[in-house]
Write a new protein. Structure first.
Ligand SMILES: *[C@@H]1O[C@H](CO)[C@@H](O)[C@H](O)[C@H]1NC(C)=O
Ligand SMILES: *[C@@H]1O[C@H](CO)[C@@H](O)[C@H](O)[C@H]1NC(C)=O
Ligand SMILES: *[C@@H]1O[C@H](CO)[C@@H](O)[C@H](O)[C@H]1NC(C)=O
Ligand SMILES: *[C@@H]1O[C@H](CO)[C@@H](O)[C@H](O)[C@H]1NC(C)=O
Length: 249
């Protein structure tokens, strides 16, 4: 009984970062001009979310996360992060210490291609997460160092969980082991999820990742929208089976 209440007290402390404000906003990011409340109206208000297909990582029948990338309202990319004072290293150890269950989830769903997960997570945070305005320290209640990082990872994983890309494609019979046209994949994604996506391939024509596009309403409500991006490559894509064994997951 005592052990159980200690456990509950502990779980109440982890993953405890919270937004400071309840947002009552008149519209999504980029439709509301010049708001001074960047906690509720993201200044960097266009989002690219990337689902990644790595043949040798992650679950055999699931995409993994590449990242959630806030960009400028004119859709130009932010390439160097947005706040060097919050350039962190050692994301793996930080998440493991602060939120072990998020850590396990990230090991499963957010692997890096080279196996150095922590550096990959650092990179995604430093380059992109620092541009996710709602997680800035001034926007979080009782801010403690790294709450911003944890919030970015949690929100990114929420988008990933909401849009199960493998199932979205499989609903239209698009499964690994075959070739598909990019247009048929993008049409299936739109039909089954409402996401407007761009399917990307590597130089061999193998599926590599799928970009989806959003505005942010408030802090965590991601609204699908149409990108200003029309690639002309990857007209025919091979969707490879993964080489990972289910037993190793
Ligand atoms: C927003 O700010 C820009 C640059 O300061 C200015 O040119 C523009 O008129 C402002 N827009 C509104 C709607 O206030
Ligand atoms: C920020 O962190 C990245 C690693 O994610 C590193 O490559 C870069 O040099 C760091 N920048 C500064 C100014 O510390
Ligand atoms: C997919 O297309 C490539 C290139 O045209 C071809 O070499 C390969 O055999 C095709 N694979 C399948 C399973 O149809
Ligand atoms: C593309 O996928 C095929 C089938 O899985 C694989 O044999 C090939 O090595 C892949 N090419 C690249 C560049 O990943």
């Amino acid at each position: 009984m005592l052990a159980k209440s200690l456990f509950l007290a502990f779980t109440a402390l982890v993953g405890a970062q919270k937004f400071a404000e309840v947002c009552t906003i008149p519209g999504p990011s980029c439709s509301v001009k010049n708001s001074t409340d960047t906690c509720c109206v993201s200044y960097y208000g266009t989002i690219t979310f990337s689902h990644m297909w790595l043949a040798n990582r992650g679950r055999p029948d699931q995409f993994t996360i590449h990242g959630m990338w806030p960009n400028r309202c004119d859709w130009s990319y932010l390439n160097e992060g947005c706040d060097l004072s919050r350039n962190y290293t050692g994301a793996g150890d930080i998440v493991k210490a602060r939120n072990p269950s998020l850590y396990k989830t990230m090991l499963r769903d957010w692997p890096s291609s080279d196996g150095d997960f922590s550096s990959f997570w650092d990179h995604e945070w430093n380059k992109h997460g620092t541009c996710y305005d709602p997680a800035a320290p001034k926007c979080l209640a009782d801010y403690q160092k790294y709450d911003d990082l944890l919030m970015y990872y949690e929100v990114t994983h929420q988008i990933y969980s909401k849009y199960n890309m493998y199932n979205i494609l499989a609903s239209s019979g698009i499964v690994p082991g075959f070739n598909y046209t990019r247009s048929s994949m993008e049409a299936a994604i739109l039909k089954n999820s409402g996401l407007i996506s761009k399917v990307r391939c590597d130089s061999a024509g193998n599926l590599s990742e799928i970009y989806s596009y959003f505005y942010i309403s408030g802090q965590t409500d991601f609204i699908p929208t149409t990108p200003v991006y029309n690639p002309t490559d990857c007209l025919n894509i091979y969707y490879p089976k993964k080489s990972v064994s289910p037993k190793c997951q």
